[in-house]
Design a protein around this ligand. Structure first.
Ligand SMILES: [Zn+2]
Length: 253
């Protein structure tokens, strides 16, 4: 049996027996991995709380025939501020569910996705207000769909490829981005998008997660909430599975 080490974030778990759990994680090296956490439900377990949801660990794993076993876990980040705030918790669960949904085993983009989820969970945990929290989630939504190959089109009309007139930009989640006035005639569900919001989203899409922009000062909760909802539809349009926590978020808003 071979051992390997990896950094991974716990996405969810289910019971295997009275004392053991199977933990589904997103790892930096191998994408989605599953591991048996032996004895984790006993109070004396050395893995303890490190196998709870939304914790990033450095793991020592033993490769098994069918299932890997988690031998050791050293926590890298428990995102502790998230654990005492329902809003932060819901949005963190939403992001981790999306990673579980788009992620695959032996993911070639695993490092990029791991870093994105880690930074997002950290930014949510550290956020000082709802606007900061939503900014982190919006960046996550833009980047995860980009990595998964469903990048949002924001520069031209996604239907005809035409140039957009800045006063007549519409957004169609079904088509995956901005559409022009003409194409809008066939898209009843599209919504009008102010060019400044288009520029805001385009800037966040182009730049690295950590890059500060003037929008960090300019963005308001109302604008971020509007963008979050547009991107939520965009994610749902291309997600291979239903995002259940998205519905919970709708109920709690
Ligand atoms: Zn068009």
């Amino acid at each position: 049996m071979q051992n390997f080490t990896t950094n991974a974030i716990n996405l969810k778990s289910y019971n295997l027996s009275e004392t053991d759990k199977i933990v589904v994680m997103y790892s930096k090296e191998k994408g989605i991995i599953k591991g048996v956490a032996k004895g984790v439900k006993k109070t004396t377990s050395k893995l303890g709380g490190r196998m709870d949801m939304l914790i990033a660990n450095r793991l020592l794993m033993r490769q098994g025939k069918n299932l890997n076993t988690i031998c050791q876990a050293e926590s890298l980040n428990t995102f502790k501020n998230t654990r005492k705030d329902m809003d932060k918790l819901f949005y963190s669960i939403y992001c981790s569910e999306i990673v579980n949904c788009f992620g695959v085993e032996n993911d070639p983009n695993s490092e990029e996705i791991y870093e994105l989820l880690y930074k997002t969970l950290d930014a949510i945990s550290m956020s000082k207000n709802k606007t900061e929290l939503l900014m982190a989630v919006i960046k996550f939504q833009l980047k995860i769909t980009h990595i998964a190959g469903y990048s949002l089109e924001l520069e031209s009309c996604v239907c005809c490829g035409g140039v957009l007139d800045k006063d007549n930009i519409y957004f169609s989640s079904k088509d995956g981005g901005t559409i022009c006035k003409e194409c809008r005639k066939n898209e009843f569900k599209s919504v009008k998008l102010h060019y400044k919001i288009r520029d805001f989203l385009n800037t966040l899409l182009q730049l690295d997660f950590d890059t500060k922009t003037r929008y960090d000062e300019l963005a308001t909760e109302k604008i971020c909430d509007f963008c979050f909802n547009l991107l939520k539809q965009h994610v749902e349009q291309f997600a291979p599975k239903k995002i259940k926590s998205g519905q919970i978020l709708e109920m709690t808003r």
